[in-house]
Write a protein that binds this ligand. Structure first.
Ligand SMILES: Cc1cc2nc3c(=O)[nH]c(=O)nc-3n(C[C@H](O)[C@H](O)[C@H](O)COP(=O)(O)OP(=O)(O)OC[C@H]3O[C@@H](n4cnc5c(N)ncnc54)[C@H](O)[C@@H]3O)c2cc1C
Length: 420
């Protein structure tokens, strides 16, 4: 067991230059640490941070595993247009993960997960703003809210309980009628009549631009980026050895922020990290021929539409599958067809297809934690659906762990030992 009483840390390696690794690099650099980031790709290009939906979804405070999820999931698995997919060949190896996932859906585990996500959500808008503004990048986020649109009055009504719970926790919203929906998007199919506008929600100009701009600023502050794949890490009494494809390097500590690939590092260190790949699919349409003012979540479809620098990004879905398998083209085709039903007149010509693995934990909470096995190894990974949203806050929390300034009741929420 690590004792956390190690000599002071001044040099830190970060494995992974996705949004979580880069936000951590910026925060540590601003605190005076010597930081080196390893990634075989340019910042933001290698994983799920590249072309996600770009939402800062602060008010989405519930774990994915909600009461009754088992019945909802079964129904979705039987509907080819539903956003949940589990290929049979990938189901069996994930049974332990699904079991832990189901355990989150009720009782104190559900409450605990909701409290922890609310904590992240409460801080995420202000922390994201502060991080970006510290580099003059504040204009890269628009905090105009998000419309959650429901297919039917019945589903709108049954969602009210969750909106009331958000309100109780300080996340405000208002219901929208048909007219207000048309103002947000005049081109939407006019069968949609029920929606909520969530106020605590932002949208970035383009997800990959956020990572690139932050990494450029971090480099100006002295952070080193090595375009290098890390093969192995090992700990000695006074340092951590990073063995990368182009050489070996020593640091006082390492943060594993390698998205879905964090699993293999945890395995080699002997830490238990029950993470799975929840693959998401989307299309970016350069000339969509429709207009939307603020991000839209089609709550009953698992589809999100966002206007970004590169065009209209539309998609979502969750496929629990081996991250190494190629993307399933049939899913892109279904999303394109469904999107044209949602927005008659939508032009999908020239669409860019993208699939990536969300690094997902069974309780929808990231792991921001010291390793159970090594004093000098830290994790900042497992952000699932909301890595962009929670990156700035997670960066602060991992920095607190490194300096031994953590608030114990907060750090225990995200500890790697919560599944033991
Ligand atoms: C379709 C979709 C839509 C989404 N929409 C949103 C959204 O709107 N808002 C939101 O907040 N989140 C969203 N997400 C989730 C979000 O994208 C992820 O939670 C987030 O990108 C995770 O960031 P990360 O830095 O942990 O991982 P990644 O971005 O995956 O980065 C990990 C990095 O580690 C590197 N790496 C891996 N192995 C090694 C190694 N051995 N050596 C060196 N480097 C290595 C990889 O190359 C990669 O660059 C979405 C995800 C998907 C798939």
């Amino acid at each position: 067991m690590p004792n956390a009483q190690i000599s002071p840390i001044s040099s830190v390696a970060i494995i992974g230059a996705g949004v979580v690794g880069v936000a951590s690099a910026c925060t540590l650099n601003q605190k005076g640490y010597e930081v080196t980031v390893f990634d075989p790709y340019f910042p933001g290009e290698g994983g799920s941070s590249k072309a996600n939906a770009g939402h800062i979804g602060a008010s989405d405070i519930f774990p994915l595993s909600t009461p009754g999820i088992q019945w909802k999931a079964l129904k979705m698995l039987l509907d080819s247009d539903a956003p949940l997919k589990v290929p049979l060949k990938d189901f069996w190896p994930q049974i332990p993960w699904f079991w832990r996932f189901l355990q989150t859906s009720h009782g104190s585990r559900f409450q605990k997960a909701t409290d922890a996500i609310s904590f992240l959500g409460k801080n995420s808008l202000k922390d994201t703003k502060a991080l970006l503004e510290s580099y003059g990048l504040g204009g890269m986020v628009d905090y105009g809210g998000c419309a959650f649109i429901y297919d039917t009055k019945k589903s709108f009504n049954s969602s009210k309980k969750s909106w009331n719970e958000r309100t109780k926790r300080g996340f405000s919203s208002e219901s929208l009628n048909e007219e207000s929906i048309a103002k947000i998007t005049p081109t939407i199919n006019n069968t949609f009549k029920h929606a909520f506008l969530s106020h605590e929600w932002g949208k970035v100009t383009e997800p990959v631009d956020i990572v690139k701009n932050l990494s450029n600023e971090a480099q100006k502050g002295g952070v080193v980026f090595y375009k290098n794949h890390v093969e192995r890490i090992s700990e000695s009494l006074k340092s951590v050895l990073i063995e990368a494809e182009n050489g070996s390097f020593q640091y006082d500590a390492v943060i594993i922020a390698a998205g879905i690939d964090s699993i293999s590092f945890a395995k080699s260190l002997g830490d238990f990290l029950p993470m799975t790949a929840e693959r998401g699919y989307n299309l970016t349409l350069p000339s969509p021929n429709i207009q939307i003012e603020i991000p839209i979540v089609f709550a009953d479809r698992g589809i999100v539409a966002t206007s970004l620098r590169s065009g209209l990004r539309i998609g979502g879905w969750a496929e629990y599958a081996n991250p190494m398998r190629p993307a399933n083209q049939a899913y892109f085709d279904s999303i394109a067809r469904i999107s044209q039903e949602l927005f008659p007149g939508l032009d999908v010509e020239g669409a860019n297809y993208w699939m990536a693995s969300r690094p997902s934990m069974p309780d929808s909470l990231p792991v921001i934690s010291r390793s159970q096995k090594s004093d000098r190894v830290f994790y900042n990974c497992g952000h699932g659906h909301y890595g962009l949203t929670h990156a700035a806050t997670s960066a602060k929390l991992v920095c607190d762990l490194l300096t031994n300034n953590q608030n114990l009741s907060v750090s225990s929420l995200f500890s790697i030992n919560r599944f033991l």
